[in-house]
Design a protein around this ligand. Structure first.
Ligand SMILES: NC(=O)c1ccc[n+]([C@@H]2O[C@H](COP(=O)([O-])OP(=O)(O)OC[C@H]3O[C@@H](n4cnc5c(N)ncnc54)[C@H](O)[C@@H]3O)[C@@H](O)[C@H]2O)c1
Ligand SMILES: C[N+](C)(C)CC=O
Length: 489
């Protein structure tokens, strides 16, 4: 098997150490690729290349419209290779190919969106309070950006960083998750084909505690944009402090989905299932914390359990499969422990709570879709991000209690409210401390609207206009057209 290489200063090169890593298919544990294993020294080379391209190259000063053409070309190439990329993503993550196709469409949309909006904000003229002067605000690229992504949406999360960084004239070094680097490698090939100049976009492949730590601590990096877990986010924030680099953190969530008794019952049941079990619950915004009005609690749980019985587990390449495996054995063990601890805390398993018996699934890291009832807000299983196909169910009896439960979390990424009473929904939304709140929907995102967290779900925003501004500095330029001595000294 040919070893896949890192991309530094426009060259596909092996890591200096010549170490490699096997990439595993989570459905059957087969080795699907071997990639070079970068370390701190490779990362320093990649950062130097990005630094040189920023300080001495043309990209930061290339007209925005020209950069937008390159970004649009990347979108077109991803669209051209959509099927290959979708299959690669499914092979690497275990998600169904249909899910991966949706991801690819979203990714194409993100590159187009940023190509479209990049030249729409050329700065601002300020009405200067000083006679005979010009005061203006201009936007400039931040500089060298370190970008670190997780394994659950490898290319989607990469696209949310690459497209705005490139179109605004930054240079960058990306580090995908060491478990799922394959589609990111492929897109760097497409970026080369699209004409991204040498040194502007660099790719290193390796572990968090080596490559990731170097990227976040290196003083030649001006901004670190990270998507991943809360504990890693804290380390990155600390590592970034030496040169006070800009930090953007997209961290985890434990997202409440509040169901009022007057909600459209069938739709709320259907979307509550989708909110949790899509991609086997390995979604930052999964609605794993169901909060249901007491009067419909039993009926709602019964309906969920009946539907869960029919969820089909299987290979991402099986057209009938609705849910794939978890990403790794280590993650499977984490999810199993999380559920076992929840049971010890007093939760009741309404369905699932174990690995499937199906002999065809034994090589994969599968876990059954699980619903835990009798949950209360003080339990770890309710507070911690399980990141698996596990829903906890709590009850409430008043609107105030629903809001209080929904906010009782260190996280604040997203949440949902289901009711036909729009005034009630708006009252709840106004009090819910989360970056995204859905009314009568769940887990919807698109390029035009910002995405990010309150509280310990992080700070900074991706997507939308705000996602572009993350990659820009704001400079005030004041010009005196009639300079005179002040005669103070
Ligand atoms: N808020 C969002 O938009 C969003 C989106 C996707 C995933 N997530 C979160 O990501 C997590 C799952 O992803 P994960 O398990 O890959 O997270 P993780 O934190 O373990 O790893 C994420 C990335 O950080 C790297 N890393 C690890 N240690 C590092 C260190 N010391 N310094 C620098 N980089 C380091 C990893 O190699 C990987 O590339 C979940 O918590 C999920 O909620 C959040
Ligand atoms: C941000 N999102 C929802 C695409 C993936 C979260 O894990």
């Amino acid at each position: 098997m040919e070893v896949k290489r890192q991309y530094i200063n426009g060259e596909w090169v092996h890591a200096l150490s010549k170490q490699t890593r096997e990439i595993i298919n989570p459905f059957n544990q087969e080795v699907i690729a071997i990639v070079t294993e970068s370390n701190e020294e490779d990362t320093k080379l990649a950062i130097s290349a990005a630094r040189h391209a920023f300080d001495h190259g043309d990209w930061p000063n290339t007209p925005t419209m020209e950069r937008a053409k390159v970004v649009r070309k990347i979108a077109e190439l991803i669209e051209r290779d959509r099927e290959e990329l979708a299959e690669l993503e499914s092979l690497d993550t275990g998600k169904t190919v249909e899910e991966s196709r949706w991801d690819m469409d979203d990714i194409v949309g993100v590159f187009h969106y940023y190509a479209d909006i990049a030249d729409k904000d050329g700065g601002e003229i300020i009405d200067s309070p000083v006679p005979n002067s010009i005061s203006k605000v201009v936007k400039e690229p931040v500089g060298v950006c370190g970008q670190i992504t997780p394994w659950n949406y490898p290319l989607l999360q990469a696209s949310w960083k690459l497209a705005p960084a490139l179109v605004t004239g930054n240079t960058l070094v990306m580090k995908p998750s060491e478990i799922t680097p394959l589609t990111t490698i492929k897109v760097f090939e497409l970026m080369e084909e699209a004409g991204v100049p040498k040194g502007v976009a660099n790719l290193v492949l390796g572990a968090g505690n080596t490559v990731g730590a170097e990227l976040s601590s290196n003083n030649d990096v001006d901004l670190i944009s990270f998507t991943g877990g809360i504990q890693t986010g804290k380390k990155i924030m600390q590592a970034a402090s030496d040169n006070v680099k800009k930090v953007a953190l997209e961290l985890g969530g434990k997202n409440p989905n509040v169901i009022f008794a007057d909600a459209d019952f069938e739709t709320a049941v259907d979307q509550a299932l989708n909110g949790v079990f899509f991609h086997a619950g390995q979604i930052c915004s999964a609605g794993t914390r169901l909060i249901v009005e007491e009067s419909i609690h039993d009926k709602f749980v019964d309906a969920l359990v009946e539907r869960v019985k029919n969820i089909r587990l299987g290979s991402g390449f099986d057209k009938d499969a609705q849910m794939g495996p978890l990403i790794s054995e280590q993650h499977l063990n984490k999810v199993m422990n999380y559920v076992e601890n929840g049971i010890k805390e007093g939760a009741t398993v309404a369905i699932g709570g174990k690995q499937p018996d199906d002999p065809e699934l034994q090589k994969g890291f599968f876990y059954l879709p699980t619903i835990l009832t009798n949950c209360t807000t003080d339990m770890r299983v309710v507070q911690d991000e399980g990141f698996g196909p596990v829903m906890t169910v709590e009850k409430f009896s008043t609107e105030e209690e629903a809001i209080q439960l929904a906010n009782d979390s260190i996280y604040g990424l997203s949440g949902g409210v289901w009711t036909k009473d729009i005034a009630k929904a708006e009252r709840c939304v106004a009090k819910m401390r989360m970056g995204t709140v859905w009314i009568n929907d769940f887990n919807l995102y698109f390029p035009h609207a910002p995405w990010g967290g309150y509280k310990q779900s992080g700070f900074g925003r991706e997507l939308g206009k705000t996602g572009l501004e993350e990659y820009q500095e704001t400079k005030h330029v004041f010009q005196n057209l009639d300079p005179q001595p002040i005669n103070w000294f």
